[in-house]
Design a protein around this ligand. Structure first.
Ligand code: AMP
Ligand code: MG
Length: 342
């Protein structure tokens, strides 16, 4: 079964061909980072224009790498939400055109759900429901109970910034560049001492039976620290402390989610999972709590990519779910849904 995946929700134009939801035949990602980094963030108009310019080229490259022809495709899976509306429309229109040209079934994908399915690429196991979905990206920070295919219930969300967004904003405060995550990780590695924490523990008074995230307080605290100590800033130290404080919260909340739900499988996804230190901490937590915690095999599969969209599409397709050409891309984040009930 061959799936064509299309992903244009934010600042990556991606097309992939995936076999049986498992084997990546090609997964081409064009990242617009260079086009946005001078603005320290994503400019929506630039993003949608760039998708429009690049999408055919990305498709041609993916098709060539896969050594397939369009008639070999069994289904099309396209991200329709959430994301930047102008960006989503480009992928959506590409999918509709393809569908009309080649008469292939189409599946509308919520790319937040797709992040968890990135973990099933090149992995033998099938999804084992229910699992906890930990999403740590530039736009989202949440824990879901994934009860089944297309069946998500949100357990915890951020009260303000997403974690990746906080990394990006902090890198901007420190004038380190964009995106902030990889730069902050690299700088943190240059710091080798351990000292008293520079930042207070986040949500330290949150009752034990509650799960939540918040990253705007630490960002403000860091901003004031930088203003006060302008002449003697130890950048690796600040990055290290910032990273440790953010990840301490993630680990504390994930541990609570495991305890409260007693669900022993976690599928983690999103750009922040590219962070090596976070991966180590998750491995430690998995051992301590006798839980299986999975994250994507490589950096490409952490951030937005079309292979994960094709994989989730595969599971929908074999469960006889398809949509028609009237689907409407939407920027809206729907936190809990049950696709087969509606
Ligand atoms: P996504 O929104 O899933 O496409 O992921 C992009 C986000 O992941 C951005 O906010 C990045 O700063 C963040 N990110 C990427 N690599 C890392 C890393 N190594 N450590 C922390 N955050 C990262
Ligand atoms: Mg994403």
């Amino acid at each position: 079964m061959i799936g064509l995946g299309i992903e244009t929700s934010c600042d990556e134009t991606s097309i992939a061909f995936v076999e049986d939801g498992k084997k990546i035949l090609s997964n081409v990602v064009y990242s617009q980072i260079e086009e946005h980094n001078k603005f320290y963030g994503i400019v929506p108009e630039i993003a949608s224009r760039s998708h429009l310019i690049k999408i055919n080229e990305v498709y041609e490259k993916a098709l060539e790498e896969s050594k397939l022809s369009p008639k070999d495709i069994d289904y099309i899976a396209v991200t329709v939400q959430p994301g930047l509306i102008g960006s989503l429309l480009i992928g959506g229109q590409f999918a509709k055109t393809f569908c009309i040209l080649y008469k292939k079934p189409i599946i509308d994908i919520n790319h937040l759900e797709a992040h968890f399915y990135a973990n099933f690429l090149e992995r033998k196991e099938e999804p084992n429901y229910p699992f906890l979905g930990l999403l740590l990206s530039g736009g989202n920070t949440a824990i879901y109970v994934v009860e089944g295919l297309g069946k998500l219930k949100i357990l915890a969300n951020t009260q303000d910034d997403a974690i990746g967004e906080a990394f990006d904003k902090v890198a901007s405060i420190l004038e380190l560049g964009y995106p902030g995550g990889p730069i902050i990780e690299k700088k943190s590695k240059e710091y080798s001492n351990t000292t008293n924490s520079l930042f207070p523990k986040i949500l330290k008074d949150l009752p034990e039976n509650q799960i939540s995230f918040s990253f705007s307080g630490i960002k403000t605290s860091l901003l004031y620290y930088v203003r006060k100590n302008q002449s003697k800033l130890d950048i690796p130290y600040i990055c290290y402390e910032f990273q440790e404080t953010c990840f301490e919260l993630v680990l504390r909340m994930l541990k609570r989610a495991i305890q409260i739900t007693n669900i022993k499988t976690v599928e983690a996804g999103g750009g922040v999972l590219a962070n090596q230190r976070l991966r180590e901490l998750l491995d430690e937590l998995a051992k301590k709590t006798h839980t299986k915690i999975y994250y994507p095999k490589n950096k490409i599969l952490c951030t937005d990519n079309a292979a994960m969209v094709a994989t989730l599409g595969y599971y929908y397709y074999i469960n006889h779910y398809t949509t028609d050409l009237n689907f409407v891309p939407s920027s809206k984040i729907i936190n809990s849904y049950s696709k087969f009930d509606s």
